[in-house]
Design a protein around this ligand. Structure first.
Ligand code: NAD
Length: 504
């Protein structure tokens, strides 16, 4: 998506946001932005040069001293203002998402609401930054810990949540006193510029929040920049690994969240209709372009036949169409290339021996980048439809005989983002929670995205780094601790003492 584009007249330019205003790119490179529901190009986004990234980092660096010195009372007040404004503008934000990502408006509204929860959590920043205090640690000596911001921090985000994932980063980063440079996905960049406008309107000083659009050039410029103290990344596993290894080699703090292959286990005692409703919702919501989407159902024992039949029966009822149409339940995929790649897994499944129960190429709207829900049965672990993160509306069903086999599949998978179990047996569910190797676990909940006061993150190849994102771990990530040891002795008692300080 990094071609140089001669933008047609109707195509809107999408600029950077640096030091409190729009900044038209000077690199001479732009990337196309599409309306995925029609397939037409709607925008041309500036792709930043290394120098332009440097300008955004400098703006953030200049804004840092005053921003970090602002009282917590004032920062909390600003976060309440941000919350009110984003809440008032949530439909406008959602419309940006639907226009460029394609997800249906109700889903886009859900994305904004989940992002708002992170902003609401950050309204409590005075409480979240409280340190510890020990009086009389030694005679006349007090010890206390404080948390301080890192400086300029950067976020690099994926196409699938163009508003919420940036909120996971900038909200705790700003609330903790850092200044921020966002490099959003170049496929649906408008929501981030709108975010910048809203933050300015809410009273955030110029330079505290900046946006640079771009591709690998911009990402590498952030990774290389000596003034960027920390990088948060969310995207695919190969890029997450690259970003983590490069950032940490350069001495930066980094959290890099990667891809997923989320298994939903259905035990023989589960309610079939409830499990089928959950599988359809979690596999085809947002056209399967969610890192927490269910991409595999693991059917245990005799549950398989009725479960596959129940999922199959529900698929034709999913209304696929333009996300702006209020009756649509599932929109298009992000680009034509991605749609074609996802669709190719239906043939791959058939070639490798899976059963194609529903082929979503049939009956999908032909304009735009649509693929209707697709279902593959008898998927086995050596097939590409099992091993690959398809990231689209192609759900696989793998049949196993026992609970132990099902858990083994999850635990042997290289990804460990989310997983879910459907059962009516509390003891088995508890055993699952105890032994399953994934960062987010659902018990009769198919998409277990943690609420904002917990933290979000996977295990294994789904997250590089040691801090999950948002919630308490997000505040930890964007701050470092300092421990102060203080005494106020009577100068008359002062003497030279070369011994190692004792605490007794
Ligand atoms: P992506 O990895 O292609 O892109 C993510 C970001 O990296 C974008 O800003 C992009 O411009 C940049 N980028 C792309 N190629 C690059 C390169 N070669 N060098 C440097 N930077 C590069 O991901 P995507 O397609 O935008 O998003 C989908 C992926 O994100 C899926 O794998 C999905 O599972 C994952 N995801 C994970 C989570 C999570 O929380 N774990 C959440 C959302 C999405």
């Amino acid at each position: 998506m990094t071609d140089i584009v001669d933008a047609p007249a109707a195509v809107k330019p999408i600029n950077h946001w640096i030091a409190g205003g729009r900044y038209a790119g000077e690199s001479g490179r732009t990337g196309p932005v599409y309306n995925p529901a029609t397939g037409e190009q709607s925008g041309a986004v500036d792709l930043a040069s290394t120098e332009e990234v440097g300008r955004a980092v400098q703006a953030a660096k200049d804004a840092f001293p005053a921003w970090r010195a602002l009282s917590l009372a004032r920062r909390a007040e600003l976060f309440f203002a941000i919350r009110e404004l984003f809440h008032a503008k949530r439909e406008e934000i959602a419309r940006h998402l639907t226009a460029e990502h394609g997800k249906v408006l109700s889903d886009a509204m859900g994305e904004v609401t989940r992002g708002l929860e992170v902003i609401e959590f950050c309204c409590g920043i005075p409480h979240l930054l409280k340190g510890g205090m020990t009086e009389q640690a030694s005679t006349g000596i007090d010890v206390y810990s404080i948390r301080q911001p890192l400086g300029v921090v950067a976020g690099i985000t994926p196409f699938n949540f163009p508003a919420m994932v940036p909120m996971w980063m900038w909200a705790p980063a700003l609330a903790s006193g850092n200044t921020f440079v966002l490099k959003p996905s170049e496929k649906d960049p408008s929501a981030s510029v709108f975010t910048a406008e809203l933050l300015k309107q809410a009273g955030i000083p110029d330079g505290v929040f900046n946006v640079v659009h771009g591709d690998k050039v911009a990402v590498d410029a952030l990774l290389d920049h000596p003034d960027v103290a920390a990088i948060s990344f969310v995207g695919s596993t190969p890029i997450a690994r690259y970003v983590y290894e490069t950032a940490t080699a350069k001495g930066k703090r980094c959290q890099a969240l990667g891809g997923a292959k989320n298994h939903m286990i259905v035990l023989p005692d589960a309610d079939i209709d409830m499990a089928a409703d959950a599988a359809v919702s979690a596999a085809y919501g947002s056209a399967g372009e969610r890192c927490m989407a269910v991409s595999l159902v693991v059917a245990v024992g005799e549950v398989a036949d009725p479960l596959v039949a129940a999922i199959k029966e529900r698929i034709p009822k999913v209304k696929v169409g333009d996300g702006m149409d209020a009756s649509s339940e599932m929109g298009p995929l992000i680009t034509r290339e991605h749609r074609d790649k996802v669709a190719s897994y239906i043939d791959a499944g058939a070639t490798e021996g899976a059963t194609v129960v529903t082929d979503g190429r049939e009956g999908a709207p032909t304009d735009g980048f649509f693929l209707a829900p697709s279902l593959l049965d008898n998927v086995t672990p050596e097939m590409s439809t099992y091993t690959d993160e398809i990231f689209g509306p192609v759900l696989g069903v793998t049949r196993v005989a026992t609970y132990d086999e099902a858990v083994q599949l999850v635990n042997e998978n290289p990804y460990g983002n989310g997983t879910a179990i459907f059962t009516r047996d509390g003891g088995v569910a508890r055993q699952f929670q105890f032994e399953v190797q994934a960062g987010m676990v659902g018990i009769n909940v198919p998409v277990p995205v943690p609420v904002a006061y917990y933290s979000f993150g996977g295990w294994k190849a789904s997250l590089f780094g040691d801090r999950h994102i948002y919630g308490p771990e997000g505040i930890d990530f964007y701050t470092r601790s300092k421990v102060v040891t203080a005494r106020w002795p009577d100068p008359a008692t002062s003497k030279v003492d070369l011994g190692f300080p004792q605490t007794r």
